[in-house]
Design a protein around this ligand. Structure first.
Ligand code: OGA
Ligand code: NI
Length: 350
């Protein structure tokens, strides 16, 4: 018998007191993780060394990015320029945040996805019919000075550590966007230029141990609404990516990030680079922490396929050009779904 719903706002405040998950977390049989069928080796996921990105071998790295983006949409990077100490401090302070008493964490609780700093649970608690075994803190972090005041001030190093991490990851993202513009055959500032004033958000995903990980998800299969996502994960496995009709585990490699193409990049590249389905599963033993950086256009930007990639004879525009805010409203008006949000933005074929 499934346990019934609890009165707690966050999973981390009831997970250790239940031996079965509450019924509103249980997925129907055809929508379960089937963990025994997941491919456990992530060797096939490209690992790209960025050390030579700004040297004589740049073209080679750009070529590797092109191949990773067009065949996979998912890759890992090393020698990425974000200092190990910055990364370690970020993981430590994030873990400290979630280990604080309930009263401290729920101070920031909100079910409203338009809030620029908030703690919540599941994906979109107002829209999710079945809940996900995840708590999270989500915040906007570019421009930092517009948001830092509202970030949590406990642990007391939180703002400083997060600001340092966000600044360093943003510099990495800008280098990646230049290289990816080049890999598409565009001017190196093309992508940056169409993102308007740019936007950067971070999530701190906290997945408590779960007594029945075969029945639920940390996050169900989805595609990111971003241009690109740069994910930091701790040493506990849980991320899986859908490749060749199978789920493949992306096991943690120290000092690397995982990068995935998001829906906006799929549009800009006119489908050359695809936003890829991925999910997070939970386990009985260990809590898991992941910290994605989501890079976006600003809400006033207008997104569409790069003109250079369209030509009348061979490649028609797959998408229409649209105000980014139109996509954003659509994304947050729903629960997390495997169906792409992009269907509504296809170019008309008439
Ligand atoms: C996300 C996501 C994966 C993970 O937050 O969009 O895909 O491993 N997270 O937490
Ligand atoms: Ni994601």
């Amino acid at each position: 018998m499934a346990t019934s719903a609890t009165s707690k706002l966050l999973v981390s405040d009831f997970d250790s007191s239940v031996s079965h998950i509450p019924s509103n977390y249980v997925r129907p049989i055809l929508d379960r993780p089937n963990l025994s069928e997941v491919e456990s080796s992530s060797d096939s996921i490209p690992l790209i060394d960025l050390r030579e990105l700004h040297g004589p071998n740049r073209a080679e790295v750009v070529q590797q990015l092109d191949s990773a983006c067009s065949t996979y949409g998912f890759f890992q990077i090393k020698n990425h320029g974000v200092p190990d100490t910055t990364v370690d401090k970020m993981l430590t302070v994030a873990r400290e945040f979630f280990h604080q008493p309930e009263s401290e964490r729920v101070k920031h609780y909100s079910a409203d996805p338009t809030k620029t700093t908030r703690v919540s649970t599941s994906f979109n608690i107002g829209a999710d019919k079945i809940l996900n075994w995840r708590d999270f803190l989500r915040l906007h972090c570019f421009p930092i000075e517009d948001f830092i005041e509202e970030w949590p001030s406990s642990p007391n190093s939180f703002k400083e550590v997060t600001a340092e991490y966000a600044t360093s990851v943003r510099a990495l993202v800008l280098r990646l966007l230049e290289a990816i513009s080049e890999s598409l055959g565009l001017e190196s500032d093309h992508i940056s230029n169409i993102l308007g004033k740019h936007a950067q958000h971070m999530a701190f995903n906290y997945y408590p141990p779960c007594p029945e990980p075969e029945l639920t998800y940390g996050l169900p299969g989805h595609k990111d609404p971003t241009v690109i996502t740069v994910l930091l994960q701790d040493q506990v496995s849980g991320l899986q990516v859908f490749k060749d009709n199978k789920w493949v585990a992306v096991n943690p490699i120290p000092n690397t990030f995982i990068v995935n193409i998001g829906d906006q990049m799929q549009v800009i590249s006119n489908d050359k680079y695809k936003s890829v389905l991925h999910r997070a599963v939970v386990n009985t033993e260990k809590e898991r922490l992941s910290i994605p950086t989501f890079y976006f256009p600003s809400t006033d930007a207008v997104i569409g396929p790069a003109h250079e990639l369209i030509n009348e004879q061979e490649s028609l525009a797959v998408y229409r050009t649209f105000p980014f805010v139109e996509y954003w409203d659509k994304f947050w008006n729903r629960s997390l779904a495997t169906a792409s949000c992009l269907d509504a933005f296809k170019a008309s074929t008439t």
